[in-house]
Ligand binder design. Structure first.
Ligand code: HEC
Ligand SMILES: [Cu+2]
Length: 311
């Protein structure tokens, strides 16, 4: 959050530093007054009226005026920052690109709506163009989640049955972290989002590569794995050109992911098999059922085939 990489995040960081400075000052003044109260020497007798007048002065000044002014100053700086993230019409009349993000227990579904028939979906990984505003339309499939990419801007709640909108922009191509910030169940902390911003040209290239029909290859073992997948996994997972399940993450590009399980397991050789064998130990309570009725060979075959999926 304090290492901003976009205009909205930069404004938020400035407000944060301003608040820190101001509240530090308030803290020092309050502690100063408190210490001063100890050091008072003479104890002049005060009439009851005088005491009442004095206390009223402190209550009105310190209890009403000071906080009132503080809130006013915060609003003056805070409202324009929030305004920047509203999805208002752009001055030039152009339409920002839209990316849909849906929160699930405990993973992220990301949809790229302008892709027509060659539907592009990613899971736990969000790809966006840099250097231009992007409108995020967020919602949730089950319980309330919240969407936050600290280096790009503020958070927004993801509610079932309602679409919230937020405009963010990344200055330059780069990789950022995102995290669910509304407690959504036991594995809430293991709900990380890997965000990759690329130049608009690279983004378009990426989108069209993902829209092209997947090439499944002729490898005999991979064909066996694909059949096992259709039988045991397809009702929950989508793989472009193979299956359409959508109660679990889209696996069309799972071989190219940085992590598995929304951040619990680094992607490396054999990681997918490891997930298949041990996911309830790696991420206890996650909503993928155990598959210990499948033998080791089948699981390894599935892992090896899924690792090749990286369009
Ligand atoms: C009942 C639905 C269901 C079935 C059946 C199922 N999965 Fe899953 N799978 C899930 C869910 C839900 C997750 C997300 C778990 C999490 O991260 O919280 C998941 C996660 C995964 C992941 C990690 C994906 C990622 O983005 O990190 C892989 C790989 C995977 N499943 C492969 C399989 C394979 C292979 C099979 C068949 C043997 C299978 N799954 C069967 C629901 C299912
Ligand atoms: Cu969540």
């Amino acid at each position: 959050m304090l290492d901003p990489s976009g205009p909205a995040a930069r404004d938020i960081a400035w407000v944060w530093w301003g608040m820190l400075a101001f509240f530090t000052l308030v803290f020092v003044v309050v502690v100063g007054l408190w210490l001063a109260a100890f050091r008072r020497r003479e104890h002049r007798e005060r009439s009851e009226r005088e005491v009442r007048r004095l206390s009223r002065r402190w209550i009105i000044g310190g209890g009403l005026l000071l906080p009132g002014m503080t809130i006013l100053v915060l609003l003056v700086f805070g409202v324009p920052v929030g305004q920047r993230m509203l999805t208002l019409p752009l001055p030039g009349g152009e339409e920002p690109r839209v990316i849909e993000v849906i929160g699930h227990q405990w993973w992220w579904e990301v949809r790229y709506p302008d892709t027509g028939d060659g539907e592009v979906i990613t899971a736990n990984q969000l790809v966006m163009p840099a250097g231009e505003p992007v409108d995020f339309h967020v919602s949730a499939a089950d319980v309330i989640h919240a969407f936050w990419i600290p280096q790009l801007g503020g958070k927004i709640d993801m509610l079932p049955g309602r679409v919230n909108r937020l405009r963010l922009q990344a200055d330059d191509p780069g990789v950022f972290g995102g995290q669910c910030v509304e407690f959504c169940g036991t594995q809430h902390a293991h709900m990380k989002l890997y965000v990759e911003a690329m130049t608009p040209a690279d983004f378009d290239t990426w989108l069209s590569a993902r829209q092209a029909p997947a090439d499944m290859g002729e490898d005999q073992q991979h064909q066996v794995a694909r059949e096992a997948f259709t039988q045991h996994c397809a009702r929950c997972h989508r793989v472009a050109g193979v299956s359409r399940g959508n109660t679990g993450p889209d696996l069309s590009d799972v071989g190219s992911r940085a992590t598995l399980g929304a951040g619990v397991l680094a992607m490396e050789d054999g990681a997918i098999t490891r997930w298949l064998v041990a996911h309830q130990r790696l991420k206890p309570g996650n909503l993928m059922p155990v598959h210990d009725h499948l033998d080791a060979e089948t699981l390894e075959g599935l892992g090896a085939w899924l690792e090749t999926l990286s369009p």
